[in-house]
Write a protein that binds this ligand. Structure first.
Ligand code: ADP
Length: 248
């Protein structure tokens, strides 16, 4: 089979729904350690691309390789998640009636029902991992609070933390700052930059202030393919991008 130094490699990918080409010759490469911002108008194919990467949707044509040589088009969603691809959907889905710490334990598949008994010590590595995640998402002091009591922004960070607890190689994040305050949006940019020191990240987002703050390479999708790619200044001054997306 083919090999690549990229962590994620899409080449010539096509997906159609009832003859409609949602993804139309999409090629995109993510290097290990990179963070990439994906922008583009509604219907551009951003969600479908994430669905292809996570195995929810199978391409009709094209190559999707992960971690050098693993062909994702042949694997189901569970297996792809196990390989180390974590996906954060737009809406927060945390266990509201559980504590923040228990949410992270659940993400680790720890049987939390025995936590707090004489017998539960947890594994040291798991406890350490949770402590680190709590630090990263800035919720250490809130660890015993119910997740339902968190702000919308904090719930988003907790869910990102739940993915981090699973130690993915690639984190896919869909519109994380939708509905956030300006302060939360700024803090989310800081959080993703922190996470990106260790993880490869792909983030779909419409908020251009946020994308600019990330300071990473930007890919603009349109009609299921790459319209423009480059720095935020390059992409946001691209005439075709202005026409189909920014100029509306
Ligand atoms: P984005 O996330 O960029 O808004 P999507 O990936 O959701 O774009 O959609 C791309 C195009 O594919 C849209 O025109 C959408 O209507 C269409 N589409 C997506 N999923 C389906 C589906 N399951 N069946 C039919 N059409 C779909």
């Amino acid at each position: 089979g083919r090999t690549t130094s990229a962590l994620l490699y899409l080449d010539g990918v096509h997906v159609s729904f009832d003859g409609f080409h949602a993804i139309n010759n999409l090629s995109l490469t993510l290097e290990p350690g990179e963070m990439r911002a994906i922008i583009g108008p509604n219907g551009a194919g951003k969600t479908t691309m994430m669905d292809i990467i996570t195995g929810k949707t199978k391409p009709d044509e094209g190559t999707v390789l992960f971690d050098g040589m693993t062909d994702l088009t042949r694997l189901d969603e569970t297996r792809i998640a196990e390989l180390g691809i974590g996906r954060k959907f737009q809406k927060p889905t945390v266990f509201e009636s559980q504590t923040i710490e228990d949410n992270l334990l659940l993400a680790l598949n720890v049987d939390h029902s025995v936590k707090g008994t004489l017998f539960w010590r947890g594994s040291k590595t798991e406890a350490e991992r949770i402590d680190r995640v709590l630090e990263t998402i800035r919720l250490t002091n809130a660890r015993n609070r119910l997740a339902g009591s968190l702000s919308h922004g904090q719930k988003q960070w907790l869910e990102i933390g739940m993915l981090l607890a699973q130690d993915p190689k690639l984190l896919l994040v869909d519109e994380p700052v939708a509905g956030m305050t300006d302060v939360e949006t700024h803090q989310t940019a800081e959080l993703l930059k922190e996470i990106n020191k260790e993880k490869t990240v792909m983030v779909v987002e419409h908020d251009m202030t946020f994308v600019r703050e990330l300071g990473v390479k930007v890919t603009c999708l349109h009609e299921g393919t790459v319209l423009a790619e480059g720095t935020i200044d390059q992409v946001s001054s691209n005439e075709r991008v202005i026409e189909v997306y920014l100029g509306r």
